[in-house]
Design a protein around this ligand. Structure first.
Ligand code: KG4
Ligand code: ZN
Length: 336
């Protein structure tokens, strides 16, 4: 079998990223320019600033990915690029760069779904992982519970009705004065707190047992903070962080294990930025061991946005014969 080497590009939010990936699972280079520091002062991602920074960085990052892999553009069999979902202006930068390179060199272009990328991040370090399996995708913009039936073939069991899990982390972190991005900060502070200190609600969605809802939890935390202030009580930041995190983790584990039990799958994976949360990993580690389910998760660097995961997903699309035309456009609300 001939090797397939893919140049992958990702720019859907606030990371400008490029990677070279061989046969979908071997990462030859993985370059990420994170804009987090630029957006921190605003307490979240500012789309216009993100797009402008992507324009500045995208070619540098692509060049670096080729240099790190010790390869040339001509060695690439395809160019994979995230075309949605995400911020339209941010996506357009990666898509335009990929189309230009493809047009100039004749290297085939493959548009990739960002969430499919997150899921496929699991293939990189788990060489034996193959579909079918159940995957929980929890990021700043998405919370999905899906069955990966085959490469590129998904069945959505549940999704969030309001905020994404990462969004809840970011909003609660801001409310307790931890700043952006909240996920990693809450993760760290929660280690010093008591997860049983405050009882926050675990929401269920009627008639949709696998759907999530996190906006009520966020409101419960805000109400708690307000009532402490009114009563003149001091807020224990670590206890709030730990109790909030526990409420999120409980719901995610609960829904996922229920889905695994009902559907009968013995393999489970997590993906997306929130998948790097240490309490979430520990809880799944325990639950899956108890129920004899194989548990997979990417290293933190492949959980948050990166291009290696786009190269992994792009490879399986490429094998299926998927090719994008030069009319490929950014699709901010792209469905899985
Ligand atoms: O996947 P990602 O990089 O971007 C999206 O596609 O949305 O996810 C970013 C999200 C942010 O909301 C961030 O706060 C959260 O992932 N996150 C975490 C952790 N690390 C990142 N949430 C909880 N615990 C973490 N350790
Ligand atoms: Zn993402």
């Amino acid at each position: 079998e001939k090797d397939v080497t893919i140049l992958a590009i990702e720019s859907s939010c606030d990371e400008t990223a490029a990677a070279v990936v061989r046969n979908g699972r071997e990462v030859l280079s993985n370059v990420i320019y994170s804009q987090i520091a630029l957006h921190t002062v605003y307490g979240g991602v500012v789309p216009e600033i993100a797009s402008r920074k992507h324009i500045e960085k995208v070619i540098q990052v692509i060049d670096q990915a080729l240099v790190d892999a010790n390869m040339k553009l001509q060695d690439m069999d395809a160019i994979a690029v995230t075309y949605g979902p995400g911020l339209v202006g941010a996506l357009l930068v990666g898509v335009s760069a990929a189309k230009s390179i493809s047009f100039a060199t004749g290297i085939p272009l493959v548009g990739v779904h960002h969430i499919e990328g997150h899921i496929s991040a699991n293939y990189i370090e788990n060489k034996e992982l193959e579909p079918p399996f159940v995957c929980l995708v929890v990021s700043g913009g998405h919370s999905h519970l899906v069955v990966v039936k085959d490469y590129g073939e998904y069945e959505i069991l549940g999704r969030t009705r309001d905020d994404a899990a990462g969004e809840a982390f970011d909003k609660v972190a801001r409310a307790i004065g931890l700043g952006y991005p909240g996920g990693p900060k809450i993760d760290k502070v929660a280690k010093q707190g008591n997860p049983e200190a405050i009882h926050f609600p675990r929401a269920k969605v009627a008639q949709a047992e696998y759907d999530f809802s996190f906006s009520g939890l966020k409101s419960a935390v805000l109400n708690y903070l307000n009532s402490c202030e009114m009563k003149g009580e001091t807020v224990d930041q670590a206890d709030v962080a730990a109790s909030f995190q526990k409420a999120v983790v409980d719901v995610l584990v609960d829904h996922s294990m229920e889905a695994l039990r009902k559907c009968g799958y013995k393999k489970f994976a997590i993906a997306g930025g929130v998948a790097s949360n240490s309490a979430l990993r520990a809880a799944f580690e325990e639950a899956c061991t108890k129920e004899n389910i194989e548990f997979y998760h990417p290293s933190p660097i492949y959980c948050t946005d990166n291009a290696a995961m786009i190269g992994a997903a792009g490879y399986y699309e490429f094998l299926k014969g998927v090719r994008s035309g030069y009319d490929l456009n950014a699709v901010p609300g792209l469905k899985l």
